[in-house]
Write a protein that binds this ligand. Sequence first.
Ligand code: IMP
Length: 182
Amino acid sequence: MNIKYDVLVSAQEISEKVNTLGAELTELYSGEEVVVIPILRGAFMFAADLIRAMDVPVRVEFLGVASYGEETVSSGEVRLTLDTSFPLHDKNILIVEDIVDTGLTLAYIQKLLQSRKPKSIRSVVLLDKPSRRTVEVDLHRTLFTIPDKFVVGYGLDGPGGFWRNLPDIVALREEMENTHSE
Ligand code: IMP
């Protein structure tokens, strides 16, 4: 596949930061159980690496969300496509999200999960695009701050649902944003 892109964050940089975060969370949750909730689909790869760097009893539940509207712009109107399968009351919840842009998606998720009265709730986010934030969200950790560019790779998809399997996080060049070439 012949695509043009610029690497923003390399696989090596991701691996180092994810392992550091895993060690930090191991210390934070020492003696506790954690329900890790990756947000589908973009956070699946980040979560898979993160939980392997966490040495505490972890359960994994998935939450699926889709945002109505254009493919590259969040409308803020979020639709739940998959819900968790057991009660979260009195549990330590760790939300794992791929990217916070306007903040609307994560704000919706936090409100939803908070309503289930967990013991604690924290959000760890791989990528932060602070320049487009329209709503304040409570972030425990963000690993990389990036400029306002549409990025793909390491689990994040682009046009047509492609590019999730790139090991680096990359910004597609302008001419690639609306097309997919073989
Ligand atoms: P927000 O609601 O504007 O914060 O958007 C967050 C969601 O939009 C993320 O969970 C992603 O699914 C998606 N998103 C935002 N920016 C990008 C991007 O650059 N690449 C891929 N997905 C993105």
